[in-house]
Design a binder for this molecule. Sequence first.
Ligand SMILES: NC(=O)c1ccc[n+]([C@@H]2O[C@H](COP(=O)([O-])OP(=O)(O)OC[C@H]3O[C@@H](n4cnc5c(N)ncnc54)[C@H](OP(=O)(O)O)[C@@H]3O)[C@@H](O)[C@H]2O)c1
Length: 285
Amino acid sequence: MAARSFQQDLVCVFGQPVAENPTQAMIERAFQHHGLDWRYLTIEVAPHQLADAVRGLRAMNFRGGNLTIPHKVNVIQHLDGLTDAARLMGAVNCMIWRDGRLIGENTDGKGFVQSLREVTNPKGKRIVLLGAGGAARAIGVETALAGAVEVTVVNRDAGRGQQLADLLANNVKVRSRYVPWTGDFDVPAGTDVVINSTSIGLYPDVNARVPLNLATLKPGMVVADVIPNPPRTRLVRDAEAAGCTVLDGLGMLVNQGVIGFRLWTGVDPDPKVMRAALEEVFAAE
Ligand SMILES: NC(=O)c1ccc[n+]([C@@H]2O[C@H](COP(=O)([O-])OP(=O)(O)OC[C@H]3O[C@@H](n4cnc5c(N)ncnc54)[C@H](OP(=O)(O)O)[C@@H]3O)[C@@H](O)[C@H]2O)c1
C-alpha cells in the first residue's frame, strides 16, 4: 500500500458567537479546488478561554487562524508580534506564522481595498467613512495607506469617531476629520467613495436604513457596503438607483479570505471559487 498521510493541516476561526460565520464554507471550497488536504475549523471560544485557545493552537500546530468578535483586540497579548497595519489598527483578525513566531495581521482593510480596486484606484480619492468600529478602523487605515487624500469619519459615538479621525490624521498622515452623525447625512459634493462600515442592514435587520440623504449621492460616486449578508443591502440598491457604482460586502469578505489563505498556505486561491461558495451559503438563507 502506498504511504499516505491521514493528518491534515489545520486553520480555524475563534469567536463567540461564531456558528453563523460562513468563512469555513469559502476557505474549504478553495482548499478542495486547489487540491490542499487542509481543514478550516469554526471554534467557539469564550473570552476568558482565549489564552488557552491560543496555547492550544500552538500546541496542536495549527497553521494559522482568524479571530472574530469579541477577540480581535484581546488576542494581541497572546501573540508574539504584530504587523505594522495590525499595530496601527490595534486589532487582529488573522494569525500567521513567521519565522516560528505567531504574528497578528489584519486583512479586513486590505480585503476591502482589494475589492475597491476592482472599480476604482483609491489613490487621490476623497472618502466618506460611515462608522468608526473595528471594520471602519481597518478600512480607514488601509484606504489611507493606499493613497486616499481625505477620509471623513461620520459616526454616532463622538469619542470613537474622533479617535479614528485622529489616528488617521496623526499616524497615517491623511487629511481626516470627524463629523457627528445626527439625522440624514449629506454627502459632501466632491466625494469619490462612500463606505458604510456600520452594522446597519446586517441580516436579519435587512430593512434598516443607513441615515443618508440619498439626493446627495451622485453618479460617478462609488458606494461600498461592508455588510456581507445580504449582499444586496438596501444601501446598495438605493445607491445603484442613484446611478452610483456599487460594491457589496462579499467582495471584502472574499478578498480578506484570499489574503489569509495565501499567508497560511502559500497558494494564491481563486476568488471566484470562494465567492461562489459564499453566494450559495447566503442564497440558502
Ligand atoms: N465584509 C467583510 O468582510 C466584513 C469584515 C468585517 C466586518 N464586517 C461587517 O462590518 C460591520 C461592523 O463590524 P465592526 O466589527 O466594525 O463592528 P463594531 O466595532 O461593533 O462597530 C459598529 C459600528 O457601527 C455603528 N452603528 C451600529 N448601529 C448603528 C446605527 N443604528 N446608527 C449609526 N451607527 C451605527 C457603530 O456606531 P457607534 O460607534 O456610534 O456605536 C460603530 O461605528 C458588521 O456588520 C460586520 O458584519 C464585514
